[in-house]
Design a protein around this ligand. Structure first.
Ligand code: UT7
Length: 310
């Protein structure tokens, strides 16, 4: 039994914060932000929406898209570093909002790689036959842990949520291979005190190296090559990091998903959000090979080779 994506959805708050808006808040410029990161604007959730609300909006769409009901869910996993509270988990809050009475629920903490960790966890439950429908949500309200006086980080992040339902799919489709990893010795480079603290240069170097290596490793595990890739969906942290992984796979520009200019870095939400946008643009068809790759605080990383379709 293979586990694959049977439904997907995303939610982005309406409020847009542009680089021009940021110029009024911190000592920065649109030119610096676009040339160093590729980000032009990001979304900011309203005060009355916290992470569980963002997750709920994306999850509703994914469940409908999967053509199931919330009561069909066996497990809910929420990847987030911005939970409403340490406990109860966002996953439990979401279970209540959805009325997913049958579902077990827990959060996954692997920062920006959390969505990769969530998918791989769900895959084990589905392929063992223990569960059928697992909801995985990447949801972040990073604006609440952003220091709006620190130009090193304030320009990078945005709020949003992306969700998939993972379930059994036909042979040859679904998650073909995965690669997960962690290096706790690099925890000092990206962490939260009150706000997000980051050594940008170190994270940059790590990300460029790891994104490329993990993508190649996951292809090898799947018995595939760079030439087989139809779409690369990298974590949307910085266009220069994304470009480095695209070049490592020797892919043309149109084979890499890009939403970082519109939404900034939405952490665990960035990969599912990007996949939805590619689907809406008609750029994903059944049997396409998608490589997702992410990295984050921890340090953590993960890559997945997925054959699209139910
Ligand atoms: O999901 C994972 C989250 N984190 C990341 O992905 C971060 C990875 N790192 C990066 O994306 C990049 O390192 C940054 C975008 C954060 C920084 O780009 P950089 O090319 O590595 O710049 P830098 O850190 O080497 O800084 C260059 C200069 C510094 O000034 P000095 O020391 O050379 O005078 C910074 O103070 O740019 C300055 N700077 C800014 N200037 C204008 C830093 N932030 C800003 C800013 N506006 N917002």
């Amino acid at each position: 039994m293979n586990a694959g994506v049977i439904g997907i959805g995303r939610y982005l708050p309406e409020k847009i914060l542009t680089n021009a808006d940021l110029e009024k808040i911190v000592d920065t410029s649109d030119e610096w932000i676009t040339s160093r990161t590729g980000i032009e604007e990001r979304r900011i959730a309203s005060d009355d929406m916290d992470t569980a609300d963002l997750a709920f909006e994306a999850a509703k769409v994914a469940i409908e898209n999967a053509n199931i009901t919330a009561e069909d869910l066996d497990l809910i996993l929420v990847a987030t570093v911005t939970p409403n509270t340490p406990f109860p988990s966002v996953a439990c809050m979401l279970q209540e909002k959805l009325g997913a009475k049958k579902a077990a629920a827990m959060d996954v903490s692997a920062a920006c790689a959390g969505f990769m960790y969530g998918i791989v966890t769900a895959k084990q439950f589905i392929e063992s036959g223990a569960y059928k429908n697992v909801l995985i949500v990447g949801a972040e309200k990073l604006s609440k842990i952003t220091d709006w006086e620190d130009r090193n980080t304030a320009v990078l992040f945005g709020d949003g949520a992306g969700a998939v339902v993972l379930g059994p799919v036909s042979e040859g489709r679904g998650v073909l291979a995965f690669e997960l990893g962690a290096d706790g010795t690099g925890g000092q480079y990206l962490y939260q005190e009150k706000y997000i603290m980051m050594n940008g240069r170190e994270v940059f170097k790590f990300a460029v190296r790891q994104m490329g290596e993990s993508s190649l490793q996951v292809l090898e595990k799947a018995g595939l090559t760079k030439e087989d890739v139809d779409l690369l969906v990298p974590h949307q942290a910085n266009i220069r990091i994304m470009e480095a992984s695209r070049q490592r796979l020797e892919l043309p520009v149109e084979k890499m998903s890009k939403t970082v200019h519109k939404y900034g870095n939405t952490s665990s939400a960035s990969i599912p959000i990007s996949i939805v946008e590619e689907l809406e643009a008609g750029k994903i068809k059944d049997d396409d090979l998608i490589v997702m790759v992410g990295f984050g605080g921890g340090l953590t990383w993960g890559a997945i080779a997925l054959r699209w379709g139910r």
